[in-house]
Write a protein that binds this ligand. Structure first.
Ligand code: NAI
Length: 475
């Protein structure tokens, strides 16, 4: 910290306290920098902690228990009475989980002596951030560096007039706070949010119809996983209308009507539901930052343009997370936060964008790292595949979760693992051994020769690796 005319000069002021901003703040403080964070919400944690990852996982977990109990456990010798749903209590449980996380983060800010300003931050010039507090008072913070970590917001559907009331026409925020279980829900977008939140409400008893303009669910996923996932969801009762273009979303006195047509524009359809969830992607949130005034440039996708060290076009101004290029994932933002803090402290910060796992928290869960088959084909890379189904894994049978498989993709010439894809119970936990292997440029033989504890689900990962370079034992 330096003092100039009795004024604090921060080493870094971070605008936004989501996983990108708050991790950057903590790391920078740990490295000895004087850090301030400007956040317009009353609470720290951004979308992820307040209205995204954490509350959605709290409800997904609770609804999964409810769905399991509703199916009953007679076959394993446990008689349970029909469970009763108390949605108000489930929502308050969700909120208490959110509050606990926010309290934890507030403690970490204090512990690391990070100064927290509640208000809207914008750029005045390089080295100066204006904060407009909730009471309208203005403050100017002086700083050596600025990090923009303002995240993203729900995307609209171009050409379709949609006004979110977060009760009948909802984004993910409203879908996580419904007061009653809707009888029916239309989900526009079969991506990550549509799949997670659609399955959440389906488990609680809602009839769910998912509409997407692509011909596959979870567009970026490996097609084989996507197909298996769709089948599993259809078996649970979710209805998919793929290759459809949304024409209109109209709120009625009760509920909503969604009009859509086949991609070729031949047939027109209408569906009514109590609630519509619009989950057609997210846009970077840069409004009000005064980027143009200061000269911070955007790229062709409307994200803040950065170089490989997260530097924007203005000296001393950095950007990371959903506002810059790359997957809109909390953990990608976190890793960028650490790298930027290291760079600001004169160290070498780095993120390996080839090894960023992604997880869809449905049941079965889906987890993926590295390249998909489609990407390898498009890049002209010769590859071999090893697959192993959970039906052949002892622990999966014990658990009663035999849906899905593990798939490893390795270079045909070198055997280096280029991608790993898992659909199945706990896939999100198992993916990391493939990520570690890939980070160390390991081969499928390396993975297949590592002793795995028995009986575990992770043995399926090893067996998939064995299938890639040789043959599995249990299939
Ligand atoms: P997404 O990009 O995953 O999926 C959007 C879907 O909407 C795509 O399938 C697309 O084809 C479809 N779509 C777009 N416009 C449409 C239209 N007009 N009509 C019909 N379909 C249309 O985006 P999503 O699910 O909204 O998630 C936003 C971001 O948040 C993503 O980047 C996602 O990775 C991230 N996220 C990650 C989570 C996780 O890691 N578990 C959880 C929730 C969100």
């Amino acid at each position: 910290m330096r003092f100039r005319r009795n004024k604090v000069v921060y080493d870094v002021v971070i605008i936004g306290s989501g996983p990108g901003g708050y991790v950057c703040a903590i790391k920078a403080a740990q490295l000895g920098l004087k850090v301030a964070v400007v956040e317009k919400r009353d609470t720290l944690g951004g979308t992820c902690l307040n209205v995204g990852c954490i509350p959605s996982k709290a409800l997904l977990q609770a609804s999964e228990i409810y769905a399991e109990l509703s199916k009953g456990f007679d076959s394993i010798g446990i008689k349970v009475r029909r469970p009763e749903l108390d949605i108000a209590e489930m929502m308050s449980h969700k909120q208490s989980v959110v509050n606990a996380n926010i309290t934890g983060l507030t403690f970490l800010f204090k512990k690391n002596k990070i100064i927290h300003f509640v208000g809207t931050g914008s750029l005045l010039q390089s080295g100066k951030v204006e904060v407009i507090e909730q009471n309208g008072r203005k403050k100017v913070l002086e700083t050596k560096n600025i990090v923009l970590a303002t995240g993203s917001k729900a995307a609209a559907i171009p050409g379709v007039d949609i006004s979110f009331d977060e009760k009948v026409i909802v984004s993910s925020t409203g879908a996580l706070s419904l007061r009653t279980v809707p009888k029916s829900m239309i989900v526009i977008g079969a991506g990550v949010i549509g799949s997670e939140l659609g399955s959440l409400w389906q488990r609680l008893g809602t009839k769910v119809i998912v509409i997407d303009f692509l011909d596959k669910v979870l567009g970026r996923m490996d097609r084989e996983l996507s197909k298996t996932f769709q089948k599993c969801m259809e078996a649970k009762g979710i209805i998919y209308r793929l290759c459809m273009k949304i024409i209109a979303v109209k709120k009625e006195q009760k509920g909503v009507v969604v009009s859509f047509e086949s991609a070729q524009g031949v047939s027109l359809f209408h569906e009514r539901a109590d609630v519509v969830l619009v989950a057609t992607g997210r846009d970077p949130f840069t409004e009000g930052l005064c980027l143009e005034e200061v000269g911070v440039l955007l790229d062709g996708d409307g994200r803040i343009k950065i170089d490989k060290n997260w530097r924007t076009s203005v000296a001393g101004v950095y950007a990371l997370g959903d506002v810059v290029t790359g997957p809109m994932l909390a953990h990608k933002a976190e890793d960028e936060g650490i790298a930027v803090a290291e760079i600001l402290s004169g160290k070498g910060g780095h993120v390996n964008f080839d090894v960023i796992p992604s997880v869809v928290y449905t049941q079965p869960e889906i987890a993926s790292v590295g390249k998909t088959e489609e990407e390898l084909k498009a890049a002209g890379i010769a590859y071999k595949i090893g697959k192993f189904p959970f039906t052949s894994n002892g622990r999966a049978r014990v658990n009663g979760h035999t849906d899905g498989f593990v798939k490893i993709l390795a270079c045909a010439k070198t055997d280096r693992v280029l991608g790993g894809h898992i659909i199945g119970f706990c896939a999100g936990e198992m993916i990391h051994e493939i990520a570690v292997l890939m980070e160390f440029c390991g081969s499928s033989e390396d993975l297949g020769r590592i002793c795995h504890a028995h009986p575990t689900l992770s043995e399926a990962v090893r067996e998939a690796a064995l299938s890639t370079f040789s043959e599995p034992i249990h299939a």
